[in-house]
Design a protein around this ligand. Structure first.
Ligand SMILES: [Zn+2]
Length: 363
């Protein structure tokens, strides 16, 4: 009897020991796997660059993609870097930025990481410069120096250097406002995809951590992913073209329609559509418009017989609603694709929604 009990105890003990060993082995494997697997750490600055990078590099073994800012952060004009962001940057090999001053908040921070590779998605793209940028309501909305962009374009191919941050000391007066919301024009967005694809391939090659077979696989996959994504954006752009074609009179006729926009992100979509923007109200989360300013906007709307006010999903539309009440214009809400559910088709979903809004407005 005692023998029986002993042997049962022995079996139980052996089972427990085996189980512990197996669990430990599995955990060890998992940990090693994770560390070994993430050989390239790509961080995107905000939602649009994150979605773009996902479409190029997601699902490639060993490449980890994360978003520096939260999905709901929106545009980064007033963004303040956090200690968590600094932690994320310290682990990053590559940082994908939109450029054009969108990531001004990060300039000082990246000086602390001299090995961090910067991929500028706006390389070679010309920004809309706003001559009427007098309605800057006290916030530092996307101010950027001319020489800053030149510096960034050049550094697209190399690691950044301290040289590029000299403008921080430059006279604020020299800053020319640059509209950095280029992704809202699908044709410019395609160039951003190409930029990121080419730079990622170049830098991953330079890192020298992959053998030829691995590298060939990564390059082929990225090229293939980018071309699949570009095809989708081309189809989206064709929708815009057909919308324009069925509204030639309203867009290009003698009595062509003008619009008022809130937050200048829409300017790129308007430009692609051929929509004339009569006035841009600089909106931000902290924007306060005085009664005088609202009266001025109402005057412009009456004077130009404006029927459309385009505001954005990410911003409060209460001022637009007030103006709507006092004029004959109607408010339409555009999605500037700076927030979303984090899925790869997020940009396309936002843009198709915008096409529906535009269809509704123009009909
Ligand atoms: Zn913005």
């Amino acid at each position: 009897m005692r023998k029986k009990i002993l042997s049962i105890l022995l079996i139980i003990s052996i089972t427990i020991i085996v189980a512990i060993v197996v669990i430990n082995l599995n955990n060890a494997k998992k940990n090693n796997g994770d560390e070994g697997e993430n050989r390239v750490n790509i961080v995107a600055s905000f939602y649009p660059t994150y979605i773009l990078t996902l479409n190029i590099a997601d699902g490639i073994p060993g490449i980890n993609i994360s978003n520096l800012t939260d999905y709901s952060s929106g545009c980064l004009h007033d963004y303040q870097i956090t200690t968590d962001d600094m932690k994320t940057l310290s682990k990053a090999d590559i940082l994908v930025i939109n450029g054009g001053g969108m990531e001004n908040f990060i300039e000082d921070a990246i000086n602390s990481y001299p090995d961090l590779i910067i991929v500028d998605a706006s390389h070679g793209i010309e920004f809309i410069k706003d001559e009427n940028h007098s309605h800057n309501h006290g916030h530092s909305h996307n101010e950027d120096a001319e020489e800053d962009h030149e510096a960034h374009s050049g550094e697209n191919q190399e690691k950044h250097s301290d040289e590029n941050h000299k403008h921080n000391e430059a006279n604020q007066e020299d800053y020319i406002y640059k509209n950095s919301h280029i992704w809202l024009n699908p044709l410019l967005y395609i160039r951003q995809i190409e930029n990121v694809r080419d730079s990622l391939i170049e830098f991953i090659e330079k890192m020298g951590i992959y053998n030829d077979d691995e590298l060939n696989y990564i390059i082929a996959t990225m090229k293939n992913n980018a071309s699949t994504y570009i095809d989708k954006v081309i189809r989206l752009d064709e929708e815009l073209t057909s919308l324009m074609e069925s509204n030639i009179d309203k867009l290009y006729g003698e009595e062509k329609e003008e619009v008022v926009i809130f937050h200048d992100a829409f300017l790129y979509l308007a430009e692609r559509m051929g929509l004339e923007v009569a006035y841009t109200v600089e909106m931000d989360t902290d924007t306060y418009l005085s009664a005088g300013e609202i009266a001025e906007i109402i005057d412009i709307i009456d004077e130009h017989d404006i029927k459309y006010l385009f505001t954005e999903l990410q911003y409060s539309d209460s001022i637009a609603k007030r103006i709507e009440e006092e004029t004959g214009a109607r408010v339409y809400i555009i999605d500037s694709a700076v927030t979303g559910d984090g899925t790869k088709d997020s940009y396309l979903t936002s843009m198709y929604h915008n096409i529906d809004v535009l269809k509704d407005a123009l009909q």
